[in-house]
Every structure is written in C-alpha cells, then in structure tokens.
Design a protein. Structure first.
Length: 655
C-alpha cells in the first residue's frame, strides 16, 4: 500500500515551484479571467472598459462630452471632460501617484466606497489596469486645475514618471490612448462598426451625454455605413433607441411605452433609478436588452426578473379588473414572446456574475425593478383602457395558442395521393404552385358536387365538409384532436397548425368559405371563421381567408336572369321592373340545388363574383376577441345576453 502512495510523488516538487504573480502579471498570464478570452469580443471589451469609466463620470454629473477616436495602428483614444483621475501621491503608496496606482494595481479605484460615484459600471477596480496590462502602449493624460499631466506605459509597466506637460486653459478630464498587444490578440483589429455601435448604445443609455465619434476613413470599409465622424446625442434616450430598431414594424399598441422612475432615498442617500422603453410587435421575435449602470447585461439577471414579474402581474390584474377569466392562463412566455424592450437600471454597488458583467446578481434589483415598474404599468393600463384591452386580447391569444400547442398532437400531413383517395373529400386543382390557386370549403357532398362541376380545375380545389363543424371556441382539446373534419381541413391546407404551422407551406393562395345563403349557411360560416381565428390566426392576419357571396334569389324576366343576395336586394331589384312585368322569382334552397353554370357565374368565376376578405384589425383586437368569446365560447349566458340586447333590432325573420 505504501508503494502505491509513493509511486505518485515527485521528489523534485518543492517550494521553488510555487509562483507568486505580482502586479499585473496575472492578467497577462490568464487574460480570459478578466476579459473572457482573447477573441474579437474580448478585444472590444477593452474599449468598453475605458468607455465605461468615462460614462461613470457622465452619469455622476461630472462629464457631458466623451470622445472616442480610432486611428491607424489599432490605436484607440477615449477622452472625457470629467474631473480627471487624481494625480496627487497616494497615501498608502507615497512614491506613486493615484493615477499610477489605479493603472498598475488590481482592485484599485474610487468606486468602492460609493462616495465618489453613487452609481457606476466599474466596481471591481480592475478595468483600466487590465487594459493597461494587455496593451503594448498605453498613455494616460489628465487635465486638472488647468494643468495637463501625462504618463506612458507598456504591458502594464510605467515607461515614464508622471510628468506635468504644461498649462491648459480650456481642457479638463481624462484621456486614455492604447494599442492592444498583438502577443495577446494576434492579428485582430478594432472594428469601426462595433465601436460605433458601442458609442450609440451608451449615448442612448444616458440622454445627458454627447459622444463624439471619430475614425480614420482608411479604416472604414467601403460598404459600411459607419460615418468617419459623428456626434451622438439622444434626448429621448431608450425610446429613441427602440424606435430606431423597430422602424416601421407593426405594433400591437400605437406607440412605444417609455418612462423613468427614481427609487426612494435611504437615509438621505440616493438609491438610483430605472428607465425603460417597450413595445409589443404584431409579428417577429422578441428581444429584451438590459443594462445596469450603462453596462450591457446580455444574460439578464435580477433586474430582468423584476421586469418580467411586473408586466405579468400587471396584465393578470388588468384581466381580473375587466372580468376576463381567460387572463388567468397568462404566463411570462405569453407576455414577453413578442416584446421588444430596453431596460436600464442605475443602482449603488451592483453585483455581477464575473468580471465581464454579463449578468446582474444583486437580489435587491428584483424588488426595486418590479415595484417601480408595476406601479407605472398599472397606471399606464388604466389610463388607456381601449388599448389595454387590445394588449390583453393579444396576450390571451398567445396564451391560448401556447395551450393548443401543448395539447395538440398534429395530424401528419399526408401525401397528395392519399388525400385524393379520401372518398367524397378533396378535389384538388392541377396547378402545383400555390400562387393564383384557391380552395372552396363547401357544405356537404351535394354542394361539393355542384362546385366540382362549376370550378376551374386548374386553379380551384373543392373540399366538402359534413354539415356544421366543431365549435373550437367551446370544445376541449381532446375533441379538437379527434375531429376528423378539422383534420381533413388542416391536411388539405398543408400548412399545419400549432407549433408545426408553416405559412410558407400553405397549398392555396386563397381559402374561400362557400356556404348556403341562409341562416344555416351563416352558422356554418361562423363556425369556420371561428376555427381560423382561433387555430390558424396567421392565415387571417395575412389575408388568405375569404367569404363567398352566393345569391339567395334568381329573378328571371324573359331571357334575362339577375340575382339577389337577400330579401332586401330582391325587393329593390323587383321595383326596377315595370308594374305588371312577368317575373319568375325562385329561391335557392342551397348550393347543391344551384345549377353548376349559375354557381360558376355568380359565385366562383373570379371575373364576376364578389368575395369578402376576413380581417382582424389590431385596433379592434379586444372587441373581436370578446365577441368571439361571447357568441361562440363556453358560456351560454353570454349568448343569451347578446340575444336580449339585440333582439329588438330584428325587423323580419324569413322562416
């Protein structure tokens, strides 16, 4: 056993093998620990560290202008008009200035006590010193009390003493110029596009600052839209940033909601503030960009958790206030799934995950964000009930779609050959491309027979359905999955449903609901419209669904036939004939009783027919959702209420 232990030992391993890395040597040995690696992202992290220091001066109210300049040789300069890094001797290191201590010592700086900066992005005291350590040349210039001071470094080692350059009259603040070390980053160079984007984001985050960007034109690619010079100043802050990103994207609410909330002071000490801008988009992916003390937090964190909770709880509360029981099913995924948002938090002494600060971990940030935003969100909803109802309807629709995806086991799309073998079902068109094609959904085999004879076989397909289809607004998920008629319909359309929906796979350009021109036909059309509204809303949203307008009456005078859509039009047309004219008036019992030639002429021929496109306007989303729920949902008392309120409007019933 003793041999086993002795076999792994090394007699050469001793005290001499224990290294003590001093100064900035740990940074050069393990740069990934401080900037996340040595790739392009890490290289630009150096620029962000220096810019963040200047932004801290601006947020603290001591700087109003920041300049960033990129020159040939990969040289970057960041200058501000703040207070300037202290240059007097440090009380602990009396042979060094405070400037040299900050630039050559890890965990040094003026942001630990909170006295010099109430809120700041740099907290660990390693940013500037890390950049210094990883640069072949690094020059710091400080203008204080009308005097300019300068000191040069290379790879973290001072190359000169701090020297007084001379008097300056109209200059103050700090200027840092550096060239990243090629031994660390290889051939990588700063990207003007990334640096310019960084400057823009910082200017958006603090509306009180002006950032002046300058880049040697030779460094900008010909196809790039990055300017050689620009002054970035955005009085609208995050609202301006989000508006620029959204462009002409269709929104659920008419405008971006943006605001600011200051946190209550504690013992007379300011605690910071919260700023936000957000908008729900009709289509497209969501994105939530979060920041803490102007530092991007791409992995989110505790402030984002508070943001999510505020919006979710606020919408649930609004649903309860409006008596919308469907709102109880809302979860964060439904609220945030199509949200574009910017959230900027300013707090004292934040805690981040890692030196690269990608995630905020300050637990108090959750409460501060949720409390402040929730109160403003409640007031926002109550101040505009109509738009609040539209937003709620939009989110409820997303919740119900999520639940359908969870419950639904999509019927696999069968081959065209398989569908053609379904007896009495789809009579497909010959054209394979969807463009210019249409499918008619008709009631029963009789109407299907007439429609098949009246159609254009190249572009028009016919799918007969058995009577009244399932009311999807009141049916359970299990009934929906088992309904063969709806399975056949989804298969014929080819675009799938639920999580397998793919509009690009839709086999027809137009879907035309063609039912009898009577009460039963209207009921069937209502059921089909409800199906598309609830199960395939994207088809309505993109204008693929139509209602055919078959006539109810034929009026024959001699060899001439004219058609009336309803009783009122029949009476109007009859009055146009001379009194005593011999008229033959017949009422169509249904599409199945209509001669194919008449059906084609009046209802199916694109050159002569009238179609109604089914639309769902975002502005009336709440009203539409409520009406569908009232007339087609699970609660019969709502339908009874509708009948009571509207019965007096009925003038005549043709039974």
């Amino acid at each position: 056993m003793s041999d086993l232990f002795e076999s792994g030992a090394s007699k050469d391993y001793g005290a001499k093998d224990i290294e003590v890395l001093e100064g900035l040597e740990p940074v050069r040995r393990r740069p990934g620990m401080y900037i996340g690696g040595t790739d392009e992202t890490a290289l630009h992290h150096l620029a962000a560290e220096i810019l963040d220091n200047s932004m801290d001066e601006a947020v603290a109210g001591h700087a109003s202008v920041i300049e960033m300049t990129l020159e040939p040789g990969n040289k970057l300069t960041v200058r501000d008009n703040g207070r300037g890094i202290p240059i007097d001797p440090h009380p602990k290191f009396k042979d060094k200035s405070a400037l040299e201590v900050i630039l050559t010592t890890l965990h040094s700086g003026g942001k630990f006590s909170g006295k010099a900066y109430a809120t700041s992005g740099g907290l660990h005291g390693v940013g500037s010193s890390v950049v210094n350590a990883l640069s072949t040349s690094f020059t710091a210039e400080v203008a204080r009390e009308k005097k300019l001071y300068r000191q040069d470094y290379s790879r973290g080692i001072p190359q000169t003493k701090l020297v007084e350059v001379g008097p300056v009259q109209n200059r103050r603040g700090t200027s840092i110029s550096f060239v990243p070390d090629a031994d660390i980053f290889g051939p990588l160079k700063f990207s003007p596009a990334r640096l310019y984007k960084l400057c823009r984001s910082k200017a958006y985050l603090f509306r009180g600052v002006r950032i002046r960007w300058s880049c040697d034109p030779s460094l900008i690619k010909a196809e790039s839209d990055v300017p050689a010079q620009a002054e970035l100043h955005f009085p609208g802050g995050l609202r301006d940033s989000l508006a620029a990103e959204l462009g002409d994207t269709a929104l659920v609410l008419p405008e971006i909601w943006a605001g600011e909330a200051k946190f209550a002071p504690v013992n007379g000490q300011e605690q910071g503030k919260l700023e936000w801008a957000l908008a729900w988009v009709e289509q497209g992916d969501s994105s939530i960009d979060t920041y803490c003390n102007t530092v991007p937090t791409p992995l989110g964190g505790t402030h984002e958790a508070g943001f999510r909770a505020a919006l979710l709880k606020g919408l649930r509360a609004w649903a309860e206030t409006r008596g919308n029981k469907r709102g109880a099913a809302i979860i964060a995924e439904d609220v945030l799934g199509s949200l574009r948002a910017k959230l900027s938090l300013f707090i004292r002494e934040p805690q981040f995950q890692g030196q690269t600060k990608e995630k905020l971990t300050t637990s108090e940030a959750t409460r501060l964000t949720e409390t402040s935003l929730r109160d403003r969100f409640d007031h926002f909803l109550a101040g505009d009930p109509a738009n609040a109802d539209n937003l709620l309807a939009f989110v409820v629709d997303r919740a119900e779609e999520r639940l359908r995806r969870k419950e639904q086991k999509d019927t696999p799309r069968k081959s065209a050959t398989r569908r053609l073998r379904l007896p009495g079902k789809l009579a497909d068109c010959a054209t394979e491309n969807a463009e210019g094609t249409e499918i008619f959904l008709v009631e029963g085999d009789s109407a299907g027979g007439s429609a098949k004879q009246a159609r254009n076989r190249n572009t028009q397909a016919i799918l007969p359905l058995k009577g009244k289809i399932l009311n999807v607004a009141s049916a359970s998920g299990e009934k929906l999955r088992q309904n063969q008629e709806l399975k056949d319909l989804i298969e014929a359309l080819g675009c799938g449903a639920g999580q397998n929906f793919n509009r690009a796979a839709l086999r027809y350009e137009r879907i035309i609901i063609m039912t009898d021109a009577d009460v039963d036909g209207a009921h069937i059309a209502s059921l089909l419209m409800t199906f598309f509204y609830r199960e395939l809303p994207e088809l309505i949203r993109h204008g693929h669904v139509y209602l055919a307008q078959p006539p109810l009456y034929r009026i024959v005078h001699g060899a001439k036939s004219i058609y009336a859509m309803d009783d009122a039009e029949r009476e109007k047309l009859v009055k146009k004939f001379k009194p005593g004219a011999k008229l033959e008036i017949s009422r169509f019992k249904g599409l199945g009783e209509m001669p194919p030639a008449v059906l084609k002429e009046t209802t199916m021929d694109p050159a002569k027919r009238t179609l109604l496109r089914i639309m769902a306007s975002p502005e009336t989303r709440a009203a539409t959702s409520d009406l569908v729920e009232q007339l087609m949902g699970k609660r019969p008392e709502l339908r009874f209420q509708f009948i009571q309120e509207n019965a007096g409007k009925v003038v005549e019933l043709d039974i």
